[in-house]
Design a protein. Sequence first.
Length: 135
Amino acid sequence: GTIGDNFAFYSNIRENQAVFPDYVTEYIKETQLQCITLKKEPPTMEVYLTAITQTSVSYKIEITDIYNTGKLDFIGLFKDNQFLTGYECVESGTISNLQPNTLYKIRVRYDYSLNSDKDDDFGVIVKDIEFRTLP
């Protein structure tokens, strides 16, 4: 019989597969190649301190997420491994009212999902950066 206007279906069956003319087989292979989905690359994140004073620290967060798969989820300040307070999730800012000559840690978390059913396509990036305020 005829399928569509251009393709003749051959009813010869070998090993449970229909046999098509070579030009149809090549068309199918090309179409399959065009439909291959590339795996999305997970995002990356870097945290930089841009200024440190006696009572404040300024930071900048650089996120590379070309597929927009996630969001900045947490920015927190720690002292002696104790959580002190959280801050608005923005990619740059200044944390004030710190004590002079004190060791602190900023923790930043970015959550993402690559929109797949695979468990490894959901992730969290956590970056800790320690600093000491000036005396």
